[in-house]
Design a protein around this ligand. Structure first.
Ligand code: PLP
Length: 385
């Protein structure tokens, strides 16, 4: 006779959600099976459908984003692709911005193969949204602040525009994180994260998150994930849960470091442009103040000197800050977007909306502020003995 035992003999609960690595589950009864398949209860049958470790983290992130519920999947790009597959079809128009993470361009090529029409705008020209909305616009998708130039888009304004034609509004909140910005409270229907970044925070897991404003969105996106199999593994979900335990203090320190670094760089003669919405002179500052709180996030972008050779010399001289892609993690990272995240974009797309060959993106980590600034200072002195 098989025994069913509690995890602990007297029901004491573990402080961490257990990692359930099972792919399938023994059914307790046909009644329970029916309730699970009818979606009445979070019972579990097969990992591609659902997993209790993942479900616990989904509920936690839903609370953080003030969402009805949340769907977690394998990567940030999987999350975005699931949204596009679920809500767009041939003949529909997707209105989006050049100022989104580079891999979205690759996904756009796939969507075009299936007959989706895409309008690309510059986030620095929001007035163009009103002119470009069409009857067949079914979705507006933006990042704010954007990758890599941290341009800020007014979420409430996009909501108004989307409402003109009943379009969905999807906001990638990876740069801001729920610590600084809650797009669902500003009118977004869906919020996406590459939780590979700030939510996870330790460069050790890839995952994507979709926070949903309604149960209907959750059900529809759950259906897509279950169908195409973009379900995360339970071990990664546990790493994400661990990341969330320190998320707020990491986000606060990153934003504090980013602000201090932006202020330092803004006054440095070798920095020819600085983009950070926390700086009062930044084009996105006013809007950022109205929709972000407790700071402006951990990422900034800046141009070093006039040439890429100068930017490379600066990066090569850094001692504390790492030369690596990704962002939102404990270490401070820099990369040249034209050589990394934007490498595979056609030439005209790489530069026409503001990224230059000497643009550096910096993601502030949680290290000592003075040490980071000292590192930047000595690296900018590449021409001094
Ligand atoms: C803003 C933003 N969204 C989405 C993604 C894609 O996330 P992932 O690498 O987890 O697929 C990235 C990756 O850098 C990103 O920066």
């Amino acid at each position: 006779m098989r025994q069913r035992e509690h995890l602990t003999p007297y029901g004491n609960k573990p402080m961490v959600t257990p990692i359930v690595s099972a792919v399938n589950y023994e059914y307790v009864s046909f009644e329970i099976l029916q309730q699970i398949t009818d979606g009445e209860i979070d019972g579990y049958t097969y990992h591609r459908d659902d997993n209790p470790t993942i479900r616990a983290v989904e509920k936690e992130i839903a609370l953080m984003e003030k969402a009805n519920d949340c769907v977690i999947c394998t990567t940030g790009m999987a999350a975005l692709t699931m949204i596009f597959l679920t809500y767009l079809k041939a003949g529909d128009n997707l209105l989006t911005f050049h100022d989104v993470y580079g891999a979205n361009y690759k996904v756009s090529l796939i969507l075009e193969k299936f007959g989706v029409e895409i309008t690309w705008l510059d986030a620095a020209e929001p007035e163009k949204v009103a002119e470009s909305i069409k009857d067949n616009t079914k979705m507006i998708f933006c990042e704010t602040p954007s990758n890599p130039l941290v341009k800020v888009v007014d979420i409430k304004y996009l909501r108004q525009q989307a409402d003109r034609v009943g379009a969905l509004l999807v906001v990638d909140n990876t740069f801001a994180t729920p610590y600084h910005q809650l797009p669902l409270t500003l009118g977004a229907d869906l919020v996406v994260h590459s939780a590979t970044k700030g939510l996870g925070g330790h460069n050790d897991l890839m995952t994507g998150v979709i926070a949903c404003s309604s149960r209907q969105f959750y059900d529809e996106l759950w259906f897509t994930r279950q169908a195409i199999g973009t379900t995360l593994d339970a071990f990664s979900a546990s790493l994400l849960e661990r990341g969330l335990k320190t998320f707020e203090i990491r986000a606060a320190k990153m934003s504090e470091n980013a602000m201090a670094i932006a202020e330092f760089l803004a006054g440095h003669p070798k920095i020819t442009r600085i983009c950070y919405p926390g700086l009062p002179g930044d084009a996105g500052h006013k809007t950022a103040c109205s929709q972000m709180k407790k700071g402006f996030g951990g990422v900034l972008a800046f141009d070093v000197g006039k040439t890429q050779a100068e930017a490379k010399k600066f990066v090569e001289k850094l001692k504390v800050i790492y030369h690596a892609v990704s962002l939102g993690c404990t270490e401070t990272l820099v990369c040249l977007p034209v050589l990394t995240t934007m490498l595979y974009l056609p030439e005209e797309r790489r530069t026409t909306f503001g990224v230059s060959p000497n643009t550096v993106r910096l993601s502030a980590g949680i290290g000592d502020t003075k040490e980071l600034i000292a590192d930047l200072k000595q690296a900018l002195d590449w021409d001094k003995a």
